[in-house]
Design a protein around this ligand. Structure first.
Ligand SMILES: O=C(O)C1=C[C@@H](OP(=O)(O)O)[C@@H](O)[C@H](O)C1
Ligand SMILES: C=C(OP(=O)(O)O)C(=O)O
Length: 430
C-alpha cells in the first residue's frame, strides 16, 4: 500500500534566551479523538466531535472509517460529524504509524461484510499486533497476518463477530485491550477479556476507554483486576467534547521547567479523562510547580530541575520528554517500567540512549528503561526516527543547548502538525 509521509524537514531547535512564559492553545487529545471516532462510527445515530485533533493519526483514522462505509465529515476544524452506516469491505486502511489505528480498527473491520486490508509506514510493520490478532481469531474472526504476526493484515469480515471469552497478553500495549473493548458492544455475545502476562502499561488509557464506552451507553465491568466485561448492546451517538492533548502539552511544560518560566495550557477542564494528576506528580518530582485555575493548567519552573527515580509505566508516552529533562537535571535519573516503548514509533529506549548520549549525557539502557547521568551539554544533530516524541525531546534539549539540530521535525505532524511554529512562538517569548 502506498503510504504518503511528509518529506523530512531538518530543523534547528530554537534556544531560549530567558524564562519562557505564556498561554499555549493546543488541539484536542489524540487518544480521545481516536476513541470518539471509533465509538461514533459504531453508534446507532450520528455524532459530533467538538475540538478534535487534526493530525496525521486522526485524519488517517477518519479515512479508515470512511473506507469502511462511515460518513466522517472533517471539513470544519472544530466540529467533525460522524454518520454511521453499514460497515463493508472491500476496503484498504492505511494506518500510517498510528498504534491507535492498527489496534482499534481491525476489531471494527471484523464487523464489516467483506475483506479489509491494513498496512502502513515501513516502521509500522515492526509494531506489535500478534496478541490482538490471536484474540480476534479466538473470538471467531478470520484474519491473515504477516509471518511475524503483524502488518500487513487482512481481516475477512463476516458482518458479525460472535465474541464471548478471550485471553490476551497485553503487556506490549494497552491498545490491544482498548481496541477490543471499543468494538465489543457490537459483538453478538459481547466480550469477557482477561489479561495474562506481565502488567498492562498505560492504565490511564484503559480508563479513558471504559469511561468513553460508558458515555456512549455501553455496560462495562472492570471491577476484577485484568478482566474487562462488555455487554452486547447498542452504542449511542452523542456530542464528544475533546480535551486539549495533555501528552502533546508535555514538551511545552518542559520548556517552562528548563527555563524557569511558566506555561499555561488553555482550556483545561475541571474534570479530565486524561491523567492530569499523574503528570502533575511527575513534573513536581522533577522540580516544577503545577496548579490549575480557570485559565488552565499551569506549570512553573522553579529554577531547579531535579533528577528522579520513577516508574513511568502509567505515562509511558511521556518518556522521551522526561528523559530530555533528566539529561538537563542536577543529578542522575532512573526511568523504569517502560519495556514496551521499544515497540512504540521506534525503539524509544535505544533511540534516547543514542541521542541523549550525543548531547553529552551518560546513558545506560535497561530492558525496561534508562539511567541518565547529565554531562556537559553539547550541540548535536538528533536523529528523530519518524517519532514525534523524539522530536519533542530534541526540542527540549535545544532550549538549553544552542546548535541542537533535528534531522526531521515534520514527523511531529503525527499528533501536532503545528508543533514547529507553536514551539518557535513560545521560545520567542523568552
Ligand atoms: O490508547 C491510546 O490512545 C494510547 C495508549 C498508549 O499506548 P501503549 O499502551 O502502547 O503505550 C499510549 O502510549 C499511546 O500513545 C496512546
Ligand atoms: C506511542 C504513541 O503512539 P501510538 O498511538 O501510535 O501508539 C505516542 O503517541 O507516543
Amino acid at each position: 500500500m502506498a503510504t504518503v509521509t511528509a518529506e523530512a524537514r531538518p530543523w534547528l531547535a530554537p534556544t531560549a534566551s530567558g524564562p519562557v512564559g505564556g498561554v499555549v492553545r493546543l488541539p484536542g487529545s489524540k487518544s480521545m479523538t481516536a476513541r470518539a471516532l471509533v465509538l461514533s462510527a459504531l453508534a446507532g445515530e450520528p455524532s459530533v466531535i467538538e475540538r478534535p485533533l487534526r493530525a496525521r493519526d486522526t485524519e488517517l483514522m477518519a479515512a479508515g472509517l470512511r473506507a469502511l462505509g462511515v460518513g466522517v465529515d472533517t471539513s470544519v476544524d472544530e466540529r467533525w460529524v460522524v454518520e454511521p452506516g453499514p460497515l463493508r469491505g472491500p476496503a484498504r486502511v492505511d494506518v500510517g504509524l498510528a498504534g491507535t489505528i492498527m489496534r482499534f480498527l481491525p476489531p471494527a473491520a471484523a464487523l464489516a461484510e467483506g475483506t479489509v486490508e491494513f498496512d502502513g509506514d515501513p516502521q509500522a510493520r515492526n509494531r506489535p499486533l500478534r496478541p490482538i490478532v490471536e484474540a480476534l481469531r479466538a473470538l471467531g474472526v478470520s484474519i491473515d497476518a504477516s509471518p511475524a504476526g503483524g502488518l500487513p493484515l487482512t481481516v475477512r469480515g463476516a458482518g458479525l463477530v460472535e465474541g464471548g471469552e478471550a485471553v490476551i497478553d497485553a503487556s506490549a500495549s494497552s491498545q490491544f485491550v482498548s481496541g477490543l473493548l471499543l468494538s465489543a458492544p457490537r459483538f453478538t455475545k459481547g466480550l469477557r477479556l482477561r489479561h495474562e502476562g506481565p502488567p498492562v502499561p498505560s492504565a490511564p488509557h484503559l480508563r479513558m476507554t471504559t469511561h468513553m464506552l460508558r458515555a456512549a451507553g455501553a455496560a462495562v465491568d472492570e471491577s476484577v483486576p485484568d478482566v474487562w466485561t462488555v455487554e452486547p448492546g447498542a452504542l449511542r451517538g452523542r456530542t464528544w467534547v475533546i480535551e486539549p492533548d495533555l501528552s502533546g502539552a508535555a514538551p511545552f511544560f518542559a520548556a517552562a521547567m528548563v527555563t524557569g518560566g511558566s506555561v499555561t495550557l488553555a482550556g483545561w477542564p475541571a474534570e479530565s479523562w486524561q491523567p492530569a494528576a499523574a503528570v502533575a506528580e511527575l513534573l513536581t518530582a522533577l522540580g516544577a510547580e503545577v496548579t490549575q485555575s480557570a485559565e488552565g493548567l499551569t506549570v512553573r519552573g522553579t529554577g531547579s530541575l531535579r533528577g528522579i527515580t520513577a516508574d513511568l509505566s502509567e505515562v509511558s508516552e511521556l518518556t522521551p520528554v522526561v528523559a530530555a529533562l533528566a539529561a538537563l537535571a542536577d543529578g542522575p535519573s532512573e526511568l523504569r517500567g517502560v519495556a514496551h516503548i521499544r515497540g512504540h514509533e521506534t525503539d524509544r529506549i535505544a533511540a534516547l540512549a543514542t541521542e541523549l548520549g550525543k548531547a553529552g549525557a551518560e546513558v545506560t539502557e535497561f530492558p525496561d528503561g534508562l539511567r541518565i547521568v547529565p554531562g556537559a551539554p553539547r550541540a548535536a544533530s538528533f536523529e528523530t526516527y519518524a517519532d514525534h516524541r523524539m522530536a519533542h525531546a530534541a526540542a527540549v534539549i535545544g532550549l538549553a543547548v544552542p546548535g541542537t539540530a533535528l534531522t526531521d521535525v515534520a514527523c511531529t505532524s503525527k499528533t501536532l502538525p503545528e508543533f514547529p511554529e507553536l514551539w518557535a512562538g513560545l521560545v520567542a517569548r523568552s
